[in-house]
Design a protein around this ligand. Structure first.
Ligand code: SF4
Length: 399
């Protein structure tokens, strides 16, 4: 039984992930998570999240994958106890000290070893198994061949493996990096990374400090260390055959459009649907991205895996609205995110993953029944046909 594991930066995103078919979600609490700006959850939020997940028969994992200082352990254990009482399904951890202290303090919640632990061998997985881990995330720096070797040497009944199949990657070994410390005074290993590896860099000659010289490629400069994002859908069938249990999507800081689109896409793939490379990339290019790559999974990285000449979104679609749970006279309401126009044709993506097109009515009626030709961000438009809640409307632009 495989698992599609989605990011949930907020309670709202968690619901979108569930509605679009994730089997489990991961999220951080306000401390001890390696995404300090990801809208992390309070303990009350965790209670609400777990209640929602239980209702939908899904799982929720909490990231405790910071590398804590010695003085932070008491607080960490206290938080872990609260989370265990709430009933979270696992803790995602990186640090051996955290693992040890959780066990020493009688914490029973299953432990998943984070990508930040950079696990690249079956020997390390076997060690984590002996120490009591339930799951190990395989480092993004592994090739398919190396994963096959690992999978053939572990006891899959005793320990699960997890692979990141989609999303942003680090220029360095996941999170083992001090670029952000140097350039922004914010520590990647404390969840504060400002992503300077994705910034735009120029060459400046010391006697001409106001002249910014593009180093290469285009008039916006040179994105020296800007890795493309992983999109590993062609490798999923092989990974399933090897017995990889969990397929993880990166992006707790990404939008609900990203969460819904990636979850819908990989749900279909895990359920057996095969996309050609062109079909898959066309669908994934409906969300903003810095270009896609197969990263180390294809055997190694090359200059093509870096987007050195551009940073802007490669998306060919704009998220313009979604159906909310509230309805009027049993007919749905569109929450308008970007202006929509009467009579225009939009793409509709439903939580089942089904994609179709829809022509908006010749006159748009707002929630208060005002007739308009264009409805703007923040307004609600009545729709005169049944479309399920959480469905997404997009305007597709020519590629
Ligand atoms: S600066 Fe880039 S490589 Fe370094 S931790 Fe942040 S995202 Fe990763």
């Amino acid at each position: 039984m495989t698992e599609l594991l989605a990011p949930a930066g907020t309670l709202e995103k968690l619901k979108w992930a569930v509605q679009y078919g994730a089997d489990a979600v991961y999220f951080g609490i306000q401390s001890f998570s390696l995404r300090s700006h990801a809208g992390n959850f309070s303990l009350d939020d965790v209670e609400q999240a777990m209640s929602y997940l239980r209702q939908h028969n899904k799982k929720g994992y909490v990231t405790l994958n910071i590398y804590p200082w010695s003085a932070e352990y008491d607080d960490l254990i206290l938080n872990a106890r609260h989370l265990e009482d709430i009933g979270v399904d696992a803790f995602i951890i990186s640090d051996l000290g955290v693992m040890w202290e959780l066990k020493q303090n009688g914490i029973q919640t299953p432990l998943h070893i984070s990508t930040q632990a950079n696990t690249v061998s079956y020997q390390t997985i076997n060690a984590y198994q002996a120490l009591g881990a339930k799951r190990v995330n395989l480092a993004r720096e592994l090739s398919l061949e190396k994963i096959a070797e690992i999978q053939s040497h572990i006891s899959k009944e005793s320990i699960e493996t997890e692979v990141f199949i989609h999303g942003a990657v680090c220029f360095s070994y996941s999170g083992r990096c001090a670029i952000s410390d140097y350039l922004a005074g914010r520590k990647a290993n404390r969840g504060e990374c400002t992503h300077p590896c994705r910034w735009n860099y120029y060459l400046v000659e010391e006697k001409r400090p106001n002249e910014y010289i593009p180093v290469f490629e285009d008039d916006r400069g040179y994105y020296l260390m800007n890795p493309k994002e992983l999109a590993l859908f062609p490798f999923v069938p092989a990974l399933k055959n090897m017995g990889v249990h969990s397929y993880k999507i990166e992006g707790r800081m990404k939008s609900i459009h990203y969460v819904a689109s990636t979850v819908a896409f990989y749900r279909k793939i895990l359920d057996g649907h095969a996309y050609t490379e062109n079909e898959g990339m066309a669908l994934l290019n409906r969300i903003s991205n810095r270009g896609y790559s197969y990263g180390f999974m294809k055997g190694g990285i090359t200059p093509d895996d870096y987007a050195i000449d551009q940073r802007q979104s490669k998306s060919h679609a704009r998220f313009v609205g979604n159906i909310i749970e509230e309805s009027i006279d049993d007919l749905p309401l569109i929450n308008v995110r970007n202006s929509i126009h009467a009579g225009e044709t939009l793409e509709l993506m439903m939580p089942s993953g089904e994609l179709t097109s829809i022509i908006l009515p010749e006159i748009l009626y707002l929630k208060d029944n005002t007739a308009v030709e264009t409805a703007h961000h923040g307004s609600f438009v009545r729709l005169n046909e049944h479309v399920p809640a959480y469905s997404i409307f997009r305007r597709i632009s020519p590629s």
